[in-house]
Ligand binder design. Sequence first.
Ligand code: ATP
Ligand code: MG
Length: 553
Amino acid sequence: MEVKETLNFIEEIIEEDLKKGTHGGRVHTRFPPEPNGYLHIGHAKSICLNFGLAQKYGGKTNLRFDDTNPVTEETEYVESIRNDVRWLGFQWDAEYYASDYFHQLYEWALVLIDKGLAYVDDSTSEEIAALKGTPTSAGKDSPFRSRSIEENRRLFVEMKEGKYPDGSRVLRAKIDMAHPNMIMRDPILYRIKNAAHHRTGNKWCIYPMYDFAHGQSDSIEKITHSICTLEFIPHRALYDWCIDNLEIFPSRQYEFARLNLTYTIMSKRKLLELVNGGHVKGWDDPRMPTISGLRRRGFTPESIREFAKRVGVAKRENIIEVQLLEYCIREDLNKKAHRVMAVMDPVKLVITNYPEGKSEHLTIENNPEDTESGTREVPFSRELYIEREDFMENPPKKYFRLFPGGMVRLKGAYIIVCDSVIKDDSGNIAEIHCSLIENSRSGNDQSGLTVKGTIHWVSAPHAEKAELRLYDRLFTDINPTGHDDKDFKEFINPDSLKVISAFIEPSLKQAKAGISYQFIRKAYFCVDSDSTPENMVFNQTVTLKDAWNPSKG
Ligand code: ATP
Ligand code: MG
């Protein structure tokens, strides 16, 4: 039986275009970030979509920095964006900057002026707003709307030459002040801004608005399918108006629902507020929804691409549960991460029938899910650490961990039986004394015993100390920006970072930054960039289990 793949609505449009031979059967997309911050998981969705479509249809994708606003843009952001796109696994066919088109855009503004389709307006922004009308009532013509072509040309050239201060004049399209779409009521095309630009320096003091730059940039690059988010639907008419009136390559805009994720925010401007306000340690803080934050947290490119695929392409706004993202990384790390042992809340366990001073190396499989992953040597000795929670003095029924008289298997090692408990003066458990069952070693167990519980451990004299950073959600509210009466920062979770120390097995001493491990029975962790062999630091990526299920999600 042939299984027919279902297409998303953008794929349907593309396949229709390919059938009709639109643009000569070419597919050319672009990813157009404004370099005013680090990319977040929402951008990752857009990257996977744009690059994914080009891959699927044998097309191309450009990386275009939409850098038309000189005030907020920086080279640091450009570098981080390039790095993040590459890390996600995509290579662009060409790299462009909207600022490279400033001259062409200026020429095109003159074309519109000469066609009687643009005019210089000396009104203040308040005066312009006052004449704009409302969605239900028409606007009114500006007193400057009937200027002659010659005067408009002279004034616009003078604007460019720096003769006028910021805000004193703008260039507007001459469309229709009664247009039902407010955006078409003589939109501003150019404003005066005497500010240095990260690439063009002080060459320009007039800058094009997004609506006068984006479509034309697409057109210059001969983009066939310009994909953006739903809030640009009302802008599409202006996108087409510019292209039609300039008679340039007919790129077309298509809109999909932006990605929203529970318990976080998705706006570079707001993320910058978190960074500047010291609420997080930087753009790559592992609690941030930025690509760099997710990377430092231990997310893999594969997990993010899988997430983007599962989210799909929607035409209506929605909010995706963050558990889906966590599910994707858990699935990926389950396949890849080596299993190791770390004890977070240690209590000493002494094997009284194991000779003092003796130790041995046990060979333990790195990852039972991956036969290629090999084995490693883990030292075993008379004194171990186990988790305090893996022992109970008075256990309830069906307690399969350790208790006086009870038996467990030490992971990858022996079966032990608990003989007694040593307490300190205040009655806390200081040591658990056990004896080892002969011939019960994992892989060569001839004891004939079956035990229900297996616990992890670390040999005390061989253990290394490490710092573990445990993360909770950065916000306590499911939709922090969804409250009109409250600032999103009011929902910052004060307990989103907890630092603990743990004993880890010595094999981890070699671990390199960015590498992920499963600390068995606990969680996935990855080595943080702050980590050194003397002071190892791990970030908790995600816990091992969650009741959340993708089929109901
Ligand atoms: P932000 O408000 O976070 O700065 P933006 O849309 O202004 O977002 P841009 O740098 O202009 O950011 O976006 C680059 C591309 O990424 C655009 O095509 C935009 O539509 C897309 N994009 C941004 N945020 C999301 C999101 N949450 N989901 C999907 N696509 C997004
Ligand atoms: Mg933006």
